[in-house]
Design a protein around this ligand. Structure first.
Ligand code: MIG
Length: 737
């Protein structure tokens, strides 16, 4: 998280207020000390006043002493709650005792800190990361405590793997965000206790939070990601298709998967190695019986454009004969309890946990990761189990990493594991390929994420859209769920609908658990392979569009996959839509997510929308409002805006191939876009920035930044049935109509 430079500080309503841009930090005296040291330098308060200006807003107090943020016209944007916010928890005890008629009691919830915000009837509350519910969190309560629980995730599930303490409110008086940077367990109650009360309660945190102001969700998200840090630029290849399974258990099996893809003409960029590649689950080792020559396998696959991703868990096997255990023990680099190294059980059996917060440990992990990747030519690291998970119930609060207790470091553990891992890629000057299961709101600059153990259920397919879109709004643009579902047996129909719905998911990975049926696209039948393949080819064709969006995620924190309200904040109909998404501003996708369903309602925001040929049977031009659209098994509700200008590739089998043709798809009406070209992988390499526009007749490409020798040989413009190709050049003008 960056150090915000506060320009104004004051005391209002007994709280300290600091302002930077449109970010208002509210904290009690004494905050900025020990608790928040992980993020901030303490700063001194300069003066007090009645109100302070924050751009177009004023932070002041209501006559009864509550904090309030208003606009210039006096309209309230954010205000503290005005009623009794004391929380009582009804004891939910359906045990024998209560059945026998014993009195049920109301217990007071003791929060050390409680931030209370007033909600108006019309307010919607978005954010909170990976929770498996619709985009609007109103009416629910969530607890931010990274948790590995593989039972069926649903909207009532209070804690998942990630703690992203950010809500984006579409309030009566405008949009605003709240970020609570505390890493301790905390509760976000979004009007579930009292309809008009949103509170954040922490059992041990101090009052310290941020209000992020903005006219639109985009403004708020930009400011928020400026605060917590914006995501690293993704490696182009990571946008390719990935196949996984717990586990592909041998070298031959992995090769067969690559063969299956090639034989069926399906594009593929990565295959994942789950825990069984390791020697007795010792991290950074390889089982030589199953994988006698992993390096050779990597090299063979690399020639086919496929790289390997290896899973790494935090749990280190307690084994004196194992170097990683010995090294970490020798540097006192393990979590301890009562002065002794703390032991628990995970996959390797008796295990210990590295203290990733310790610099020396982090450096060791970085080097070990780098050596491991170099030895076996591994392309990416998948960090699992880093909530941290354990087989013996929750870790006690007094397990220490350095001076920090578990209740404080828990929610940050995944981030620090991912950071140490990502640094291994930096050593090579490469953009990291790290995906993590657990993380905190500040983790996006270091790692990408996936949403953990979903199941092969229609409900989980449905949840994937708001999950991915919400992660985007929370500053994590590169996210995905296990396509086809992790647990349980997938069906043909579910897999097809899943790939249709998640085809633009930035992380596109089909993964399944052991003891479930095979879930690769070709493990079903010819029709499945064909439809899955059609969608994969669409994905690869649109890779440059997604890559451009990834650039804007990196530069301004914009999500790639967006909830409808994000793109159309002033359209009331969009505010609660969870089953339809935007991909950038030019594409909307309304897929089928119900069994047996072959028709659904699609919402068209303002503008003209046209169905994507070959994907969508609906090719009428649509305008504002709902329409029922038929979608047979091989169809999905993909529409482009009439002013779309979309860069595309054609026919790539993987994203290591250099495309020689840049195709620009035009929606037919005047429009524009910015597009990027670079080597797709290095951190410091040069790039080209192209500006492309269409005025209804003429298409123009010009090069705004030129720092990379273009791989394009041909420029093709596609508009309706027209297709015009010319030799590529850095300045081009094509008469289309
Ligand atoms: O206890 O490595 O979410 O993707 O396949 C289960 C085995 C551990 C959980 C991950 C899942 C992975 C599995 N892991």
């Amino acid at each position: 998280m960056r150090d915000v430079c506060y320009k104004t500080t004051a005391v209002l309503c007994g709280k300290n207020i600091s302002v930077d841009g449109n970010i208002v930090r509210v904290f009690e005296t004494g905050a900025g000390d020990e608790l928040v040291k992980l993020f901030f330098d303490p700063e001194r308060l300069d003066y007090s006043s009645d109100a302070i200006k924050v751009g177009a807003y004023t932070v002041g107090a209501t006559p009864d002493g509550r904090l309030r943020v208003c606009r210039a016209d006096g309209k309230t944007v954010v205000e503290e709650y005005d009623g009794d916010a004391t929380v009582y928890a009804e004891e939910k005890d359906f045990s024998l005792a209560s059945l026998e008629g014993h009195k049920k009691e109301n217990v007071r919830c003791e929060y050390r800190t409680q931030i209370n915000i007033k909600l108006a009837d019309v307010d919607c509350v978005y954010g909170l990361g990976d929770k498996a519910a619709g985009v609007d969190r109103r009416g629910y309560e969530y607890v931010q405590w990274n948790t590995d629980d593989p039972s069926q995730h649903n909207e009532n599930y209070k804690s998942l793997y990630k703690s992203i303490n950010f809500v984006l409110v579409s309030g009566k008086g405008g949009f605003y965000g709240i970020f609570y940077p505390d890493t301790h367990k905390c509760t976000f109650n979004i009007g579930a206790y009292k309809a008009d009360l949103m509170f954040i309660g922490s059992e041990c945190g101090r009052l310290d939070y941020y209000i992020i102001l903005g006219e639109t969700p985009r403004d708020v998200v930009r400011e928020y990601t400026r605060l917590v840090g914006r995501p690293a630029l993704v490696r182009l290849k990571m946008l390719g298709n990935q196949q996984s399974r717990w586990s592909y258990g041998s070298q031959d099996e992995v090769e067969k998967i690559a063969d299956g893809y090639a034989e069926n003409g399906l594009p593929l960029d990565y295959i994942h190695l789950d825990i069984d590649y390791m020697d007795g689950y010792r991290v950074y080792t390889v089982d030589k019986t199953r994988f006698p020559d992993l390096r050779m396998l990597s090299e063979k696959l690399e020639k086919r454009g496929v790289e390997l991703v290896a899973i790494i868990d935090p749990g280190v096997k307690s084994d004196d004969g194992y170097a990683v255990y010995r090294d970490l023990s020798n540097m006192n680099g393990l979590a301890v309890r009562n002065g002794e190294v703390y032991h628990n059980a995970v996959w390797p059996g008796d295990s210990v946990y590295p203290d990733y917060f310790d610099r020396e440990v982090a450096r060791y992990v970085t080097e070990t990761t780098a050596n491991f990747m170099r030895d076996y030519k591994i392309g990416g690291i998948w960090c699992d189990m880093n909530e941290p998970a354990s087989f013996n119930g929750p870790l006690p609060d007094d397990v220490m990493c350095g001076e920090y207790c578990h209740d404080r470091w828990h929610n940050l553990y995944g981030e620090y594991m991912a950071r140490a891992t990502a640094a291994a890629f930096e050593l090579e000057g490469k953009r990291p390929y790290v995906i993590t299961r657990a993380c905190f709101g500040t983790s996006a600059p270091f790692t990408t994420v996936w949403n953990g153990d979903n199941q092969s259920l229609w409900a989980h397919l449905k949840a994937s859209l708001p999950q991915i879109a919400t992660m985007g709004v929370c500053g994590f643009p590169i996210d995905g769920v296990d396509i086809g579902g992790f647990g349980g047996d997938c069906t043909k129909e579910l897999l097809i609908r899943w790939i249709e719905a998640n085809i633009f998911s930035p992380l596109l990975r089909n993964h399944s658990s052991m003891h479930t049926r095979s879930q690769e696209p070709f493990a079903f039948d010819g029709e499945t392979t064909e439809i899955y393949g059609k969608f994969l080819r669409l994905r690869y064709d649109l890779a440059p569009y997604l890559y451009d969006l990834a650039h804007s995620a990196h530069e301004c924190g914009e999500p790639i996959i967006r909830p409808m309200f994000y793109s159309y904040p002033d359209d009331e109909a969009c505010r609660r839509i969870s089953d339809q998404i935007m991909i950038g501003e030019y594409l909307t996708l309304a897929p089928i997510t119900d069994q047996g369903c072959e028709c659904r309602a699609v919402y068209f925001p303002r503008g003209e929308w046209i169905g994507w040929k070959g994907i969508n049977a609906d090719v009428k031009t649509r305008s504002k409002g709902y329409a029922a659209v038929p979608m047979q098994l091989e169809c999905s509700g993909l529409y482009y805006r009439a002013d779309a200008v979309i860069p595309m590739y054609s026919g790539l089998r993987n994203l290591s191939e250099k495309p020689s043709e840049l195709i620009v798809f035009l929606g037919g009406k005047a429009g524009r876009c910015i597009s990027y070209e670079d080597d797709g992988k290095s951190v410091a390499g040069g790039r080209n920035v192209y500006s492309m526009s269409f005025d209804g007749k003429i298409f123009r490409l010009s090069t705004v930044v030129r720092g990379y020798d273009s791989d394009y040989k041909t420029l093709t413009v596609v508009c309706d049935d027209k297709r015009i190709s010319v030799p590529f050049d850095y300045e081009r003008r094509i008469k289309v109509l």
